[in-house]
Design a protein around this ligand. Structure first.
Ligand code: SAH
Length: 293
């Protein structure tokens, strides 16, 4: 498509400003996203995630393949692993007080925000490019009666509507591959209080492999994103007053999720690329926690 009319594009998807045509594409992607793998897993307990799982499969809970309720059990098990992933992220936020404000950058349908509020009792502000996701997250918060503490907005995480130093902690849960890391970490460093904690869980390509592998390129094309390398994360953090406090390689812990998902009716076609790239060492699933200094 040539001659993209950015004005029409903005109106069409109610984009925040400033915005790029790329962000218009991402907003559209998430506004139209309704894959069963995300919705049916969220339906299990009302926590809607758009990220992957970690931890060992509970084969007892799964039961026998072929049993009438096997698919239901499999969905519940995948969902348990997704929420386990969020719990590991929350474990790394450090001590959070009830009157603190947390920021979820790229909050999706808000599952992590709800879990953070339930754990710490504090306020959680989320931002997403997608109107549909923000509405969904805010409806869920209303249903749970926590709308005064948990709020999602449509805005660009490179230009968040928060004052400097407002956040005790902030995170990107599988959302940092949509932006330039230097721009992203400069914005987190601005909104975080000194001594505040930043956490990301992300897939990144492994500099030991050399360059993004064909599997990593497939994942980029599938999600219209740009996966960064582990080296880029470290450099961009260091350049933006964010000092790594923990780096946890979750690659081995996420493989069971992918291998189980690949056997289900919910496959989206990208499972092979994740499994192969995690196995050949070209791709890693990483948690990085950093202190704002
Ligand atoms: N963190 C959520 C959702 C991950 S999906 C979860 O764990 O469930 C990726 C999210 O990043 C989507 O919500 C998308 O709207 C958001 N995103 C991508 N680029 C963004 C940007 N520039 N500003 C705000 N949100 C962005």
């Amino acid at each position: 498509m040539s001659d993209i009319d950015v004005t029409t594009l903005r109106d069409a998807v109610a984009l925040p400003t400033p915005a790029t045509p790329y962000q218009g594409d991402i907003a559209r992607y998430w506004n139209h996203e309704a894959r069963p793998v995300n919705l049916r897993l969220g339906d299990v307990d009302g926590l809607y995630h758009h990220h992957y799982g970690i931890g060992d499969i509970d084969h007892g809970a799964l039961g026998e393949p072929g049993a009438a309720d096997y698919e239901t059990r499999l969905i519940a098990e995948l969902h348990r692993l997704e929420s386990a992933q969020t719990n590991v992220l929350l474990d790394h936020l450090g001590p959070i007080k009830q009157d603190d404000t947390l920021v979820d950058a790229g909050c999706g349908r808000g599952g992590s925000m709800v879990m953070a509020h339930q754990r710490f009792g504090c306020s959680v502000e989320g931002v997403t490019l997608s109107v549909k996701q923000a509405d969904f997250a805010n409806n869920r918060a209303r249903e749970l009666g926590i709308e005064n503490a948990v709020q999602a907005r449509v805005c660009n995480m490179l230009d968040m509507p928060f004052t400097s130093g407002q956040a005790a902690a902030s995170w990107n849960n599988e959302s940092s591959m949509y932006v330039d890391l230097h721009d992203l970490f400069a914005e987190h460093a601005r909104i975080l209080a000194t001594g505040g904690r930043y956490v990301t869980i992300t897939g990144c390509w492994n500099p030991i492999y050399g360059q993004p592998s064909k599997w990593v390129s497939q994942i980029n094309a599938h999600f219209e994103c740009n996966i960064h390398s582990r080296r880029e994360y470290m450099r961009a953090l260091a350049d933006n007053r964010l000092v790594p406090q923990a780096v946890v390689d979750l690659t081995a812990a996420t493989l069971p999720y992918w291998e189980l998902r690949a056997t289900s009716s919910l496959v989206t076609g990208i499972e092979e690329a994740f499994i192969n790239s995690y196995k050949d060492g070209s791709f890693q699933y990483l948690l990085i926690a950093a202190d704002r200094v």
